[in-house]
Design a protein around this ligand. Structure first.
Ligand SMILES: O=P(O)(O)OC[C@H]1O[C@](O)(CO)[C@@H](O)[C@@H]1O
Length: 241
């Protein structure tokens, strides 16, 4: 596990952007795994800027997002498809058909999970997977207790996760109770993982990720076993390391 300590959120986003640009430059058809949440927003701003400056093109890039709420469609401003379109895809030269986010309103969520997993397998590999870190150690929407051997599946969201994400909704009741997420094993198959952590409220979770026991009770702890993980953490998140 490589840990890169940076000053603040801005530096974290810049560093992450340069790591991703390296991957894109070194692959004819790069496959990126992307995340939502507040943490990667700065990274996406950097990528948009680099694309506008013509430093990078995304025309040959394919993306797979980690997760989506069950019940929210692409036009719902709280869906992760909407988030990705607004925060990244609509502002870069990526063909929209190259971008994948699980379909939260699929008629049958179980079938959607199988098809999403298959699409990732068909792409052959994810060159680099971007991850944020949930306060309870979740990665994607893999909540504590999720099997390390899980593939893309439907999850019941933890009350703590729904509360943490309620800030984006009108009320806690509106936060969906289920989501579709790539599984832990799906995530672990990525060739490279870049985990971004910012802010004092993540310090305890980061400490547990790096120094804690590897246990399904803290899903992110499995990253200790991945051969190519880079954690980019700002000062505030690193205080307990
Ligand atoms: O970046 P944030 O908003 O702190 O969220 C952390 C994690 O929680 C999620 O938003 C899910 O709750 C993930 O998508 C994200 O990686």
């Amino acid at each position: 596990m490589r840990i890169i300590n940076v000053k603040d959120y801005h530096d974290m986003s810049e560093k992450a952007s340069s790591l991703l640009l390296d991957v894109i430059e070194n692959n004819e058809h790069p496959v990126l795994g992307l995340a939502t949440g507040s943490t990667p927003e700065g990274l996406y701003e950097q990528l948009i800027a680099k694309n506008k400056e013509k430093v990078v093109s995304f025309q040959n890039t394919t993306t797979f997002n980690l997760d989506e709420y069950v019940g929210l469609d692409a036009n719902d401003s709280n869906s992760y498809r909407y988030f990705m379109n607004e925060k990244l895809f609509n502002h870069i030269d990526i063909p929209l058909e190259n971008t994948h986010v699980p379909n939260g309103v699929a008629e049958n969520s179980e079938v959607e999970c199988k098809e999403y997993e298959q699409a990732i397998q068909n792409a052959d590999r994810v060159d680099v997977q971007v991850l944020g870190l949930g306060l309870n150690g979740h990665i994607g929407f893999n909540e504590p207790g999720t099997s390390f051997s899980s593939r893309t599946h439907v999850v019941e969201l933890d009350e703590s996760t729904r509360k943490a994400n309620a800030r984006f909704f009108e009320s806690l009741e509106e936060v969906p109770t289920q989501a579709i997420t790539m599984g832990i094993d799906t995530i672990m198959e990525s060739k490279e993982i870049v985990l971004l952590v910012s802010g004092e409220n993540k310090a305890e979770a980061l400490k547990q990720l790096v120094h804690g026991e590897i246990t399904e009770d803290f899903p992110a702890s499995i990253l200790q076993k991945h051969k190519n993980v880079t954690i980019i953490a700002d000062k505030a998140a690193s205080t307990k390391l």
